[in-house]
Design a protein around this ligand. Structure first.
Ligand code: BGC
Length: 732
């Protein structure tokens, strides 16, 4: 009897589901494949409804939260997307309810936001993350950001930024992963995986957006928004790889760039967006314009007016208009006139819908209301932020083992950044809050305060020429056993629209160190900044120097760990620090000079102050010789190279081995060397560990031509680690 009633109930349930599904339009039936749902929905849409899906406005920025009726009026129920500036799901849900309940087809909106290095749990800027050489950890941090964002009403982040950048004067160098394409590609994949996971419909995951497609990092002279001169060869050699890998990793969206790529702006570039991205790489998500980058086609001289700009951007492959007000105004007319075909429009709309379906927005359009405590700053998130901050800091100098600090009775903590919190968050700090930040001073006090006395003096401001606080700073230094000077950049000195003509810190900061030197005490310089710096005048004045970057909320804890020796520094530079700004652009993988022994600057040293991959530890590592399982290979082969590394110092530490390849003779001249792989491992004191790299000849010994086709040419290659190298002969 019991069995019969269970079968009956089950059958009834099936009937109900079945009959409900029967009544449901196909696109609302979650059991159907996404592609079928997308096609079904597009068939039902009017021209106007389709066009509205391709527009993005803002929400929660200047909107009056107390006047929701007005807010709703400004966001049509059929609108495709908004940038969501609020950090509470409430406003989102009200606007989303309008889309679901008031629009004819109930298509959910997608809520985007710039979650660049954390949402509320702000962790180090991307440039710093790259210096950790720990993509697994960066992936975990991105997953924390995704969780906090999705729980706050954000479905989509405009990140990662993977613009290879070689000119530190460009403020946006802070937002990417440094000067090397491969490094950007690896951290890009990590970020995409962290944000999206295996299933974007998971309510702790968000869609990623690779930006800024493409070549923006080549901004001439480091000036923002200007043209870029990128030859087809350089486009493929330097800028495309991170995007290609990000697309392979499943990135849902891309953002078209502001820059004019040798005459054709990124946001009107048919080659990059349609021929390569959509046709060759088969990307089926969508491209959002950058903020205003469609209307800017007029200023860039390729469009006569807004309508023309809309047409050019759309035809080239920009799917969604971010804050241009061009698609909503002109696309209907352009389609009616036949300048844009129905097929082209449908393709664009399908791309947006596909991402919305993949995010599960049709099933779960609303964000559950949670408390801030439930979604922000969870202990496990703080731990990840702390570890990433520790691992991204780079020990640049440590004369006479000044660090870690010995048991000092008095430590002077000096400088404009010593007690600052705000500036440590870096640019694009999302909903980062100064109250969450542990300042350098507070971190040191918490860690060392029991055994040492901490003294503080501001010394000077970030810039200007007010030296009135020098005397007090010198007095404080003179009464201490060691001086920790905290210098660097303000939060908004890097990031978007934050170019600088020099990589040197303002003179006042350098003068402060000259002044402190008079105290005759060991000086430890901590640097917090969003770009490589010119340090040639400061370096000789100090005993130890740590590049801490803009480490986010756990700054003080991570700095204290490193200064006290609880943490052994393991960061290495992902960008070259020039000797002086005049050397810029300077990067490790330049192409070969016709006269390597000549052509130098006459007035300065020609090597950088700190090269790519540089970074010290409190222990020492010795490298053995590289061994290969074969030194003769053919196309399509795999090859294993290994190198033993010994921790020869007296403490445990972590070491990153960078594997470079050099191709001395090639039909298209290759850079002097190119990074192809890296690996970070822990080594206990005295331990020897083998680092290895499995070389795939077709992938690692190949190069691209100006159309992006890969070639392998026979000849001699070198595999290089530091000053060790091994020759590999490649035959046909
Ligand atoms: C920036 C983008 C950003 C967008 C939205 C633009 O000005 O270039 O990187 O995602 O604004 O905030």
């Amino acid at each position: 009897m019991k069995r019969i009633s269970i079968i009956f109930v089950f059958a009834m349930l099936l009937c109900t589901v079945f009959s409900q599904n029967k009544q449901l339009p196909l696109y609302k039936n979650a059991t159907k494949p996404i592609e079928k749902r997308v096609n079904d929905l597009v068939l039902r849409m009017t021209l106007e409804e389709k066009v509205m899906q391709l527009n993005q406005y803002t929400l929660g920025r200047n909107d009056n939260k107390n006047n929701i009726e007005d807010v709703l009026k400004q966001k049509p129920a059929e609108l495709g997307s908004v940038i969501y500036f609020n950090n509470d799901p409430k406003l989102r849900n009200e606007v989303q309810r309008q889309s679901i309940e008031k629009s004819r087809l109930g298509i959910p909106m997608i809520f985007g936001y710039d979650v660049i290095h954390g949402y509320r749990t702000v962790y180090p800027i991307p440039l710093a993350q790259a210096c950790s050489w720990n993509p697994e950890l960066a992936q975990k941090a991105s997953a924390v950001a995704a969780q906090e964002a999705r729980m706050s009403g954000v479905d989509w982040t405009f990140s990662p930024m993977i613009d290879v950048a070689r000119d530190g004067r460009w403020g946006r160098v802070a937002e990417g992963y440094g000067e090397d394409s491969y490094t950007n590609a690896v951290f890009c994949v990590a970020a995409v995986k962290g944000y999206q996971g295996d299933n974007m419909a998971d309510n702790k995951k968000i869609a990623a957006c690779l930006k800024h497609y493409v070549g923006y990092g080549a901004s001439e002279g480091g000036r923002d928004y200007v043209f870029t001169e990128v030859s087809p060869q350089t486009l493929w050699d330097t800028y495309m790889l991170p995007y290609q890998e990000g697309v392979k990793a499943g990135a849902a969206t891309l953002m078209s760039s502001f820059n004019d790529i040798s005459g054709i702006p990124g946001s009107a570039n048919h080659y990059t967006m349609t021929e390569v991205l959509k046709k060759r790489w088969k990307h089926d998500g969508f491209v959002v314009s950058d903020w205003g980058s469609i209307v800017q086609l007029i200023a860039q001289g390729v469009a006569v007016d807004r309508k023309d700009a809309a047409l050019k951007a759309f035809k080239a492959g920009v799917t969604m208009d971010m804050m241009n007000g061009c698609y909503d105004k002109y696309l209907v007319e352009l389609v009616k006139k036949g300048e844009i075909s129905k097929k082209e429009l449908d393709d664009a709309v399908k791309r947006v819908l596909r991402v919305k379906f993949r995010l599960g927005l049709f099933e779960n359009p609303y964000t559950p209301q949670t408390t801030e405590k439930e979604r922000f700053l969870l202990p496990v998130s703080l731990k990840i932020a702390e570890q990433l901050a520790e691992e991204s800091m780079v020990l640049l100098k440590n004369e006479n083992n000044t660090l870690p600090l010995k048991a000092h009775s008095k430590i002077a903590v000096v400088g404009p950044l010593a007690k600052s919190k705000w500036h440590l968050l870096g640019s694009w700090a999302a909903h980062g809050n100064t109250d969450d930040v542990i300042s350098i001073y507070d971190g040191l006090e918490a860690e060392l305060g029991k055994d040492s006395q901490l003294l503080y003096a501001e010394g000077c401001g970030f810039d200007g020429n007010d030296t009135s606080k020098f005397a007090e700073a010198l007095k404080t230094a003179a009464t201490s056993d060691v001086v920790v000077v905290c210098l660097g950049e303000k939060k908004d000195w890097s990031g978007e629209n934050a170019s600088r003509s020099t990589l040197a810190l303002p003179e006042i900061q350098e003068k402060l160190v000259v002044e402190l030197k008079k105290a005759g005490k060991p000086i430890i310089l901590l640097l917090s900044n969003g770009r490589p710096l010119e340090l040639n005048r400061l370096e000789p004045l100090v005993d130890a120097m740590v590049e801490i970057w803009q480490p986010g909320i756990m700054t003080g804890k991570a700095v204290a760990g490193i200064l006290s020796g609880r943490v052994n520094p393991s960061g290495k530079l992902a960008i070259t620090f020039p000797y002086s700004t005049g050397q810029v652009p300077i990067y490790y993988n330049q192409r070969k000079s016709a006269r390597p022994h000549q052509g130098k600057y006459q007035d300065i040293q020609n090597t950088p102050l700190y090269e790519f991959g540089y970074g010290l530890s409190y222990t020492t590592f010795e490298y053995g010789d590289i061994k290969a399982n074969s030194q003769k290979v053919k196309k399509g082969d795999k090859l294993v190279v290994e190198i033993p590394v010994t921790n020869t110092g007296d403490r445990d530490g972590m070491e990153t081995v960078h594997w470079f390849i050099a191709d001395p003779v090639c039909s298209i001249s290759r850079p002097v060397k190119e990074l192809k792989y890296f690996e970070k491992k822990s080594l206990a004191k005295g331990e020897i560990r083998m680092f290895s790299f499995e070389i795939d000849i077709n992938r690692d010994f190949s190069f691209v031509d100006e159309s992006g086709n890969r070639f392998v040419e026979p000849g001699d290659f070198y595999v290089i680690v530091k000053d060790k190298k091994i020759k590999i002969e490649l035959t046909d």
